[in-house]
Structure formats: structure tokens, C-alpha cells
Design a protein around this ligand. Structure first.
Ligand code: GDP
Ligand code: MG
Length: 598
């Protein structure tokens, strides 16, 4: 098809507002996927995504649509991930489009993720088509929500489409709007090839499969390509489109969306945001906007059974093939033995990797509390980064510590403003702004340390607002703060994996809370166990776990053997998630205790 009849668009929405349902409906109505082969929510294919109801990885689908003007159009839907951890990927997939459907649940209204996504769409100069979804619900208030979008986003909603992705209402109107409102791509087929990578995944047989949008020029099967950021070169084995399964084609031109396989070993070599050009006829400049995604949150991962260390290393190596943003380095802990220090884009990314390691690779891990990356100026003036609290230089060896700060935007019903402001204050937040959006709804803006957000901020916000508030955050830079290292000593030995970097004013409260939590979590042993919190050599809080009074086996001494065996087995099971630290068995929860202090 000529470029004038191509439309590239994506769907942006807050979680649960109906993005996946609408995508499914579009695939079905255009006959791209037959109803009978239609799995529910075709685009969300990973198990984890399904379980969590989130879209982690973006994919694309090419639809043929015969419009009311009698012409055949090609509509490329580029799906975006639905979580703040992956906002860079969202921005790159939007950069591959000319338009976006803004889906808002008409029974809910604008939420934090709606806003964050709309801003990314505006930055990318997209034509935005508002869609009021779920109008089949009795509680739908499309007029109120329209006002809200106009008020908050500043987007003209006079032409907003009333739709129900579930009931199939408004779907034709949506397709016609895409054809008429979204501009066609520019015809730049004559220019040297530049294609934008917006997604990639590792396939065991073909190597990395790269999804891209051709911005300029033409790409053909067999071409030798050059990736402008990674500097690597590959020969294309396979070129195709996604309909939505992969279908091979001979060539793709400016404006089109497709995939290549080129025996690429790891996604790292073809990262999201990189520019594909031809080795023989290179473009002068890469496409703008490439950023190497940097890990923001780090944790230690240690096999419970030291024999599993090589398995953990292999598993991380394999996950890394598919996940350029995952970072890891061997770490040796005096308490935990050999493991890895791993870096992630955010908390969700961290949870996903942990779950995959345990589920897909059958590993039994102890995971330490997440830490952000601190910037430390030493007393010799050198600036170093610290992602592991136990490696913080001693006070007399450091000049200052800076920590990453974020801006958090919360959208909430008015009645929860008080309790959310308390939360912001409590987390070292600086109040920035509060706006009444529409009657009854408010946006609250705080700036606070990322470290305070990566603990249980999101859960707290949800529970304090009975699930009604939503939030997004973005990094705003590093700020100096009075931070200290809080050490935890078990049985008089400092446990490096329990060390935390905390604000000076909070250290005492946290130290007390932490030792009493550890007292609860660590089981009794045959001997008494002192637990202490310390700053430097100064102990600021201490507790003692009393010794077991009776041997568990004593009471069935002489009793029947099977009962004794059962008891021992029970004990063993209880031990599964324990790590021996010195002579003390410490359960997994203890390493996360710092997150669970109220
Ligand atoms: P996503 O998180 O934006 O991808 O949202 P989903 O498409 O997964 O939808 C979230 C929930 O809303 C699911 O239970 C859908 O069945 C439901 N849903 C989606 N669209 C509609 C709609 O138009 N009407 C109603 N009543 N429910 C809908
Ligand atoms: Mg979804």
C-alpha cells in the first residue's frame, strides 16, 4: 500500500481502563484475528502479565481495514507497556506512531497513568483521539469525564468517541477516526534507511527478534544492517510484518512497521531506541531520543543452597539475553556467601525478574531489601556511586551523600487528601502543589527521595485511599541529604545484607522498629540471640531473642518414630526459606523487614 494509506497508532490508558480489550476488539473487527482463534487479550501473552493484569512488553499488530471511503488501509497498532518502570519503552513506541487513542474509563475518569502517558504522547507530537470507554456500565458519566479530560489534559473532547470495547460499541467510529484524524507517515523512502527499534525479544532458535518502525528509506531481506548506538552489524535472515503472527515479506518502506531476525545474540545488541541503518549506505545521524535505560533499584540475590550459585548465574545470563535493562554482578557477602547484586528499572521490574528466576528456573533465593543508587563524594573529592548500603564509606571517609529524588503525582478523590498528605510528609516529601481538577477530585504533587517510594509507598497510597488514588513518578535528580548507615548486628556480628542507608532523623525510630521486627521474625534457637541496631560503633536499639526452653524433640522422646519424623520434616520445611548467618537461621522475611515497618 502507498504510504498515504498507512496509519501507525497506539493505545494509551490507565491500567484497567480497557486497552487490551479494545486492542482485541480492533483485531477482531478488522478480521486480523478470527473470533475462534482469539484468545482473550491477544496482545498480553506472558503469563506474568496475565496474572498481574499488566502489559509489560509491547508488541505490534498490522490490520487491514477497508474504510467507508472504499479504500484499503493498513493500520499498525503498537502496544505500549503499562507501568512507570517501562516509561522509556512507552516513549519509544509512541515515537514510532503518528497518533494515539486515549482510552479513559467513563465510569472512573482521568488517572495518574492516563496523564503520564498523554504527556509522552504530546511530547511525541501525536494526534490524540479521546475514547470514553465502558459506556455500557450504568455508572458511566461520559460528560463528566469529557470535562475532566478537557480540564486536566487540555484536549478538545467535542469529538470524543463513546465506546464500549467489551460490548463492541463505537469500534467502527474508532477505526474511521484513526483513518481520518491520524496523519499518514511522511514518505521518505528515498532517504537512507533509519528504522526505530521499539521492542525486541530473544528467541532460542532465531536469536533476537527486533520490532521496528521504518522512519526513512527501505529495508530488504538479506541487507546488512548497522545498529547506530550499539555499533553492531548483522545480516537480516528474516524480515516480516506482524499480523499479529509473524509473516515474512521481502521489503519494508518508510512508514511501515515490522520485525527482523538477524542472528542477534542478546537484546543488549539491539536495544529499544536504537536506530537501524544499512551498513553500505549509512544514515548521517541516528534518530533522536536514544537513552540507555539505567537501573534505579538494586538488591542482592543469594541462593539458599550455595550449590545453586552456578544455576543462578546461568539463569541470570539467560534472562539478560531478553532483558537489556537487567544488570548483575557477583557479590560476596560475609553473611550470605556468594550471590549477585542485581539492578532493575524499578520495583515491578525487580519483582518480575525474581518471580521468573524462582518459577522458570526453580531457584530458591534469599533476596535483600531494595536499595537505590547513592552518589557519594569521598574526602578526597572523588564521586562514587553506591548501590549496596554495606559498601558506604565510613563517615570520616566521605564528604556528602546525595540520593535520587522523584516527583510523585497522585490523583485522588478529595476525601483522601489529608491522609495522602500525611503519607507524603512521613516519607520526607516536600509538598509542591495541589490542584482541584474537577469537583471532588484532586491532584497532589510531592517531591521526595526515590528510596522512600521504592519501599511501600504505592501500597500505602492504595490502602489509605481505599484503592481510589493513583500515582506516577519521575526522576528529577540527585539531592544531598543527611544520610547515615544503619547496621544490624545479630549475635554481635554485623550482617552486611541487613545494612540500610537511612535519614539521620529517622535512624533511631527505624533502628528500634527494625530490631523488634527481627525479634518477631527470627525463630528461637538453642541459645539466646542479641539483636542490635547501630550507627557506627554506637548501638541505638537492642532486643534479645530468648533461647528455646525445650528441645522440640524432647516431648516425643521415646514416642513413636513416625511422629518424630513428621516433626523433623515440619522443621525442615519451615527452614526452607532460611539462610544461616553465623549460627543463626534468618528467614527471608527478615531481609525485607525494613520495608514492612509502618
Ligand atoms: P487494560 O489494563 O487497560 O488492558 O484493561 P483491560 O482491557 O484488561 O480491561 C480491564 C477490565 O475492564 C476487564 O475486566 C475488561 O473486561 C473490562 N472492560 C474493558 N472494556 C470494557 C467495557 O467497555 N465495558 C465494560 N463493562 N468492561 C470493560
Ligand atoms: Mg492490558
Amino acid at each position: 500500500v502507498p504510504v498515504s494509506r498507512i496509519r501507525n497508532f497506539s493505545i494509551i490508558a490507565h491500567i484497567d481502563h480497557g486497552k487490551s480489550t479494545l486492542a482485541d476488539r480492533l483485531l477482531q473487527v478488522t478480521g486480523t484475528v478470527q473470533a475462534r482463534e482469539m484468545k482473550e487479550q491477544f496482545l498480553d501473552s506472558m503469563d506474568l502479565e496475565r496474572e498481574r493484569g499488566i502489559t509489560i512488553k509491547l508488541q505490534a499488530a498490522r490490520m487491514n481495514y477497508k474504510a467507508q471511503d472504499g479504500e484499503e488501509y493498513v493500520l499498525n497498532l503498537i502496544d505500549t507497556p503499562g507501568h512507570v518502570d517501562f516509561s522509556y519503552e512507552v516513549s519509544r513506541s509512541l515515537a514510532a506512531c503518528e497518533g494515539a487513542l486515549l482510552v479513559v474509563d467513563a465510569s472512573q475518569g482521568v488517572e495518574a497513568q492516563t496523564l503520564a502517558n498523554v504527556y509522552l504522547a504530546i511530547e511525541n507530537d501525536l494526534e490524540i483521539i479521546p475514547v470514553l470507554n465502558k459506556i455500557d456500565l450504568p455508572g458511566a458519566e461520559p460528560e463528566r469525564v469529557k470535562d475532566e479530560i478537557e480540564e486536566i489534559v487540555g484536549l478538545d473532547c467535542s469529538g470524543a468517541i463513546h465506546a464500549s470495547a467489551k460490548a463492541g460499541i463505537g469500534v467502527d467510529e474508532i477505526l474511521e477516526s484513526i483513518v481520518h484524524l491520524v496523519p499518514p507517515p511522511e514518505d521518505t523512502t528515498d532517504k537512507p534507511l533509519r528504522a526505530l527499534i521499539f521492542d525486541s525479544y530473544y528467541d532460542v532458535y532465531r536469536g533476537v527478534i527486533v520490532y521496528f518502525r521504518v522512519m526513512d528509506g527501505t529495508v530488504k531481506t538479506g541487507d546488512r544492517i548497522h545498529l547506530m548506538a550499539s555499533g553492531k552489524e548483522f545480516d537480516i535472515d528474516e524480515l516480516g510484518v506482524l499480523s499479529p503472527t509473524q509473516v515474512q515479506v521481502g521489503e519494508l518502506h518508510a512508514g511501515e512497521v515490522g520485525y527482523i531476525a538477524a542472528s542477534i545474540k542478546a537484546v543488549e545488541d539491539a536495544r529499544v531506541g536504537d536506530t537501524i541503518t544499512l551498513a553500505k549506505a549509512e544514515a548521517a545521524d541516528p534518530l533522536p531520543g536514544y537513552v540507555e535505560a539505567k537501573p534505579m533499584v538494586f538488591c542482592g540475590m543469594f541462593p539458599i543452597d550455595a550449590d545453586q550459585f552456578p544455576d543462578l548465574r546461568d539463569a541470570l545470563e539467560r534472562l539478560k539475553l531478553n532483558d537489556a535493562a537487567l544488570n548483575y554482578e557477583p557479590e560476596t557477602s560475609s553473611a550470605m556467601g556468594f550471590g549477585f547484586r542485581c539492578g532493575f528499572l524499578g520495583l515491578l521490574h525487580m519483582e518480575i525478574v525474581q518471580e521468573r528466576l524462582e518459577r522458570e528456573y526453580n531457584l530458591n533465593l534469599i533476596i535483600t531489601a531494595p536499595s537505590v543508587v547513592y552518589r557519594v563524594t569521598t574526602n578526597t573529592g572523588e564521586v562514587i556511586t553506591i548501590d549496596n548500603p554495606s559498601t558506604l564509606p565510613e563517615p570520616n571517609h566521605r564528604e556528602k551523600i546525595e540520593e535520587p529524588s522523584v516527583q510523585v503525582d497522585m490523583i485522588t478523590p478529595e476525601e483522601f487528601v489529608g491522609t495522602l498528605m500525611e503519607l507524603g510528609q512521613d516519607r520526607r516529601g516536600e509538598f509542591k502543589d495541589m490542584k482541584y481538577l474537577t469537583p471532588g477530585r484532586t491532584t497532589l504533587i510531592y517531591q521526595l527521595p526515590l528510596a522512600e517510594v521504592v519501599t511501600d509507598f504505592f501500597d500505602q497510597m492504595k490502602s489509605r485511599s481505599r484503592g481510589y488514588a493513583s500515582m506516577e513518578y519521575q526522576l528529577i535528580g540527585y539531592r544531598e541529604n543527611h544520610l547515615v548507615k544503619l547496621d544490624i548486628l545479630i549475635n554481635e556480628d554485623p550482617v552486611d545484607s541487613l545494612a540500610a542507608i537511612v535519614h539521620r532523623d529517622k535512624a533511631y525510630g527505624m533502628g528500634r522498629a527494625l530490631v523488634s521486627k527481627l525479634k518477631e521474625l527470627i525463630p528461637r534457637h538453642q541459645f539466646k540471640i542479641p539483636i542490635q541496631a547501630a550507627i557506627g560503633s554506637k548501638v541505638i536499639a537492642s532486643e534479645r531473642i530468648p533461647a528455646l526452653r525445650k528441645d522440640v524433640l524432647a516431648k516425643c522422646y521415646g514416642g513413636d518414630v513416625s511422629r518424630k519424623r513428621k516433626l523433623l520434616e515440619k522443621q525442615k520445611k519451615g527452614k526452607k526459606r532460611m539462610k544461616s548467618v553465623g549460627s543463626v537461621d534468618v528467614p527471608q522475611e527478615a531481609f525485607m523487614a525494613v520495608l514492612k515497618l509502618k
